[in-house]
Design a protein. Sequence first.
Length: 399
Amino acid sequence: MHDTPLSEIPRIVLAGPRNAGKSSLLNLLLGREAALVSASAGTTADPVTRKMELFPLGPVALTDTAGLEDTGDLGALRMEKTRQAVAGADLILLVTPGDLPPGVSEREILGIAQKSAKPCLVVRTFADRPVHPEKAVWTEEYSCADVDNLSGAGKGRLFELLESFGSRLSPEPTPLEGLIGPGDLVVLVTPIDVAAPKGRLILPQVETLRDALDKDAAALVVKDRELYSFYQSLPAPPRLVVTDSQVFSKVAADIPGTQALTSFSLLFARKKGELKDFVQGMEALSRAPKGARILVAEGCSHHRQAEDIGTVKIPRLFRQMVHSDVTFSFSRTLPSEDELRGYYAVIHCGACMLKRTKMLNRLDAIRRAGVHVTNYGLFLGWANGLFPRALEPFPEYFP
Ligand code: SF4
């Protein structure tokens, strides 16, 4: 369980007012003291995440958050972190003192759950006291467990409810989902150039390799330089060739035109986001009007190289292939919807470090702002003239 990356497992976020018993509930669920518990309000400063095995779901990540009525500058920052954690949740556990009437922060959390259609389970704490009549009415539409954190009473009911939510915590599709099966061979082309990290493969390559093994298939990992000779020596064509987008053209030239070929970026565009939106966004981007503002958005603070894809290659290719009357901006967080409206399109990175839910939230915000969106893999594939070929392996485009 501890080897599963946090970005791959369902995230259950405990949110609620200060002193509702979120940290002690986390400890109760984990069966150990993972979070600091105190009777004074505001003990949890930043979100605390712990993994646990939850039958029959498997590994889940439990995140304890700061209460939503924190005060001062630091308090505002903590509340923002809490809101971000709630927005990235697969399941919200609204932790609310059962003996008190509903407050502003609890209404806000339920509002987020309703707006984003996220599943929400209500835990009324302090179950040793009578439920406040207003709280009883307010929570009656929700799946609800009454729990006494001190004695553990009600914990069994809470676990039953958590298990019943299992099917709603849809896992991300794996990189090779539906593309290969047992006994197949997949060729993974991984250039080792100045941009490659020293001594290791990057996460999308490792995940795809592992997925091939999980699917009882075999994988041949090869650099673009050696692809031609290794491919020629294969007794039969592989089921699929997956390549880094940046060597798309060379790879396509080195293998037969009938060979199924795609890129790691497209696999992860499908895994993390909506491939269809990205394809439509790419079409719109190729017709961008003069004076368009384009945002390049990334999902983590990776070290930028001299020939960085987002800040150097994509803007240069766009200016060469579409027109140069364009302004590019760069961001590692998604701007507010108001700011987004000032852009014609967003080009997003492959989001390998982001959980699918978080990426889908980003896409929702971009959609609501009426802005086109595509991603690096689609853009580089388009720039290298590989469409529609790079999309052919995906059944939703070529059933
Ligand atoms: S694809 Fe995005 S999330 Fe992944 S390493 Fe690059 S910038 Fe970070």
